[in-house]
Design a protein around this ligand. Structure first.
Ligand code: G3P
Length: 214
């Protein structure tokens, strides 16, 4: 499964990139605003060293302006993926981006029907928001299973990019349910490594290693 970070914080991105475990980056307007930096400046800096897909979201809500913005963002680097909200005008823009060979990530997906429409439009990625569904009393993980089944039924190549992943259980479950990618906040990525028995075991090995002779 491809592992993306859902952040615009360069220090966090570099840490995972340096480990060799980073497949791509997703951002959204809230994430960029939180960084306190200029939108295009951040995307440029990320694409200067991340060679996998980097999602940058359009801010317009009509297809003509989405396409205009998307073309500008796509000109920053060949690995920029245009993130588009799941509204009719968004999917209209996705159809056009697809014709031009520009990759898209359709975001704010909360139902299997929405995911089916995005695949029909030719989306490269669909981003179902797991955590936000859980927040309002639905099972976000079930959505991953439904989309997987529907995409497999018809052979859609749109990749399922599990988003709004809030904890390690989400991560494990989206992997079990066949998501192609998951995008994580850095704090959740760090948690994936942790187990007390790993720490206890390593301490014991290092302690016992002092008794070794070479
Ligand atoms: O980038 C989209 C998504 O991952 C946002 O997550 O935690 O704000 O619901 P969250």
């Amino acid at each position: 499964m491809n592992l993306f970070l859902d952040t615009a914080e360069i220090a966090e991105i570099k840490k995972v990139h340096d480990l060799g475990l980073l497949d791509g980056i997703t951002t959204n307007p809230s994430i960029i605003a939180k960084s306190g930096r200029k939108f295009t400046e951040v995307i440029k800096e990320i694409t200067s060293f991340v060679k996998g897909p980097v999602s940058a979201e359009v801010l317009s809500t009509d297809s003509a302006n989405m396409i205009k913005e998307g073309l500008e963002l796509a000109s920053i680097a060949e690995n920029v993926v245009i993130k588009v909200p799941l509204i009719p005008e968004g999917l209209k823009a996705v159809v056009e981006f697809t014709k031009k060979g520009i990759r898209t990530n359709v975001t704010l997906c909360f139902t299997a029907n929405q995911a089916l429409l995005a695949a029909k439009a030719g989306a490269s990625y669909i981003s179902p928001f797991i955590g936000r569904l859980d927040d309002v009393g639905y099972d976000g993980l079930d959505l991953i299973s439904e989309i997987r089944e529907i995409y497999d039924n018809y052979g859609y190549e749109t990749e399922i990019l599990a988003a709004s992943v809030r904890n390690p259980i989400h991560f494990k479950e989206v992997a079990l349910r066949g998501a192609d990618c998951a995008t994580l906040p850095y704090s959740v990525f760090e948690m994936l490594f942790k187990h007390p028995l790993t720490d206890i075991g390593l301490s014991k090995f290092l302690e016992d290693a002092k008794k070794l002779t070479w």
